[in-house]
Design a protein around this ligand. Structure first.
Ligand SMILES: Nc1ncnc2c1ncn2[C@@H]1O[C@H](COP(=O)(O)OP(=O)(O)OP(=O)(O)O)[C@@H](O)[C@H]1O
Length: 271
């Protein structure tokens, strides 16, 4: 197994406030990895330590590859034009402007608009383009789709998937569980300064939830059940419907979504 990032016993305090109390997690090469946690859990702090933007107090961080960091909003001068910003970043990084990035992210369409006139989604596209200027191997995205409309999110998700297809490693912090569930290979959950879970969404589901949600639609309407023994419950229900001569039209069984499991585990469940 090759790792893009390895974090061992990472510690960081702001004054007396101990935010990271010894984080341990690893990001594999070529995966999309999400750092999850409630507001103030320390996700941005952890990412900034890895990115080298923030000094940390203890532990070890190993990064194998070139990093690209997506800027936070309002990080550029108000009147700079998108292509000017790209040229400036390329110059700072002593690299040629990569026209494929400009085309892929539709930056030409924004050429005439100043930074302050761009929408949130357009700014995010530009920020991602700037992060890709140096042709990084590892890309950091802090809440990449916050504030975007559905179309903007779908478009950015498409870009993130393309980066993965190109073999890039992507590390993101997000509050959007649907986004994480659809994009990420693995996740880590941060709570009270430590990582309380690292693995796939399915592994989190198996650890947190033994309950299945069962939804049955019959000719009489919809009924919902929860069960830890889905086979037994279904058998019982189907016999009952047959005895009552009720037709079953549809059956759905699931183990809940990441949002429910995230709430469970951050509230102390699944330990
Ligand atoms: N520069 C700073 N000085 C003092 N405290 C800080 C500083 N930056 C962050 N903190 C505190 O550290 C804690 C973690 O903040 P951080 O921004 O890393 O959390 P987060 O998980 O990214 O939160 P969010 O989901 O709200 O973005 C918070 O309590 C925050 O108030």
């Amino acid at each position: 197994m090759r790792y893009a990032v390895q974090v061992e016993n990472l510690k960081k305090s702001y004054g007396n406030h101990e935010v990271l109390k010894g984080l341990n997690f690893s990001v594999r090469e070529g995966e999309i990895f999400a750092l999850l946690g409630v507001n103030g859990a320390g996700k941005t702090t952890a990412l900034e330590c890895i990115e080298g933007l923030l000094k940390y107090d203890g532990g070890k961080i190993t990064v194998s590859g070139k990093m690209g960091i997506q800027l936070q909003s309002s990080s550029l001068p108000e009147h700079i034009k998108p292509l000017e910003a790209i040229k400036l970043f390329a110059k700072w990084n002593k690299t040629a402007v990569d026209s494929s990035v400009i085309t892929a992210l539709g930056i030409e369409e924004l050429a005439k608009t100043s930074y302050c006139g761009l929408s949130t989604g357009q700014k995010r596209r530009l920020h991602l383009a700037l992060a890709l200027i140096t042709r990084p191997d590892i890309i950091f995205l802090d809440e990449p789709t916050a504030g975007l409309d559905v179309e903007g999110r779908i478009s950015l998700h498409g870009q993130i998937r393309k980066l993965k297809e190109q073999g890039k490693t992507i590390i993101l912090a997000s509050h959007d569980m649907a986004e994480v569930e659809s994009l990420c290979s693995r996740i880590a959950v941060l709570r009270e300064g430590i990582i309380i879970f690292e693995g796939t969404v399915d592994e989190l589901t198996a650890r947190v939830s033994k309950r299945y949600n069962i939804r049955i639609i019959t000719e009489k309407g919809e009924e919902n059940y929860e069960s830890e023994d889905v086979g037994e419950t279904l058998l019982h229900l189907l016999w009952r419907y047959r005895a009552d001569n009720i037709s079953v039209l549809d059956i759905r069984v699931d183990r809940g979504n990441l949002e429910q499991h995230f709430i469970d585990i951050t509230n102390g469940g699944g330990k």
